[in-house]
Ligand binder design. Sequence first.
Ligand code: 5GP
Ligand code: ZN
Length: 110
Amino acid sequence: MTTDCLFCKIVHREVPTEFLYEDNDFVVFKDIHPAAPVHLLVVPKKHIRSINDLHEEDETIVSGLFMLARDMAKDQGIHTSGYKLLFNVEKGGGQVIFHLHLHLIGGWKR
Ligand code: 5GP
Ligand code: ZN
């Protein structure tokens, strides 16, 4: 827990947010400013600043993020129509919340 981190506060229910999924290691919730009809954030509970800050011991978090994104895409009914998975890394990469998260974006009618 990093006290000034918004996503840590969300994970610890200090900032009320509806979770579409939760287990011991991850939560999934809707992006507050969706960039598409479906825009979810897949978030490890462990505070990791960005992809740059991953260590060997975090391998199961990385694999878990992708497996959970796959499951959530299916849950949202966008797995066959298609979707994007995105990590923004540091300021130049568009990251504004410095707690690792995977964007799951899709649901376009096209
Ligand atoms: P980043 O640019 O860091 O990869 O993405 C952070 C995302 O978090 C943005 O898409 C932004 O809309 C979303 N976000 C920021 N604050 C909140 C919040 O309080 N609640 C939720 N659900 N999403 C947020
Ligand atoms: Zn955090």
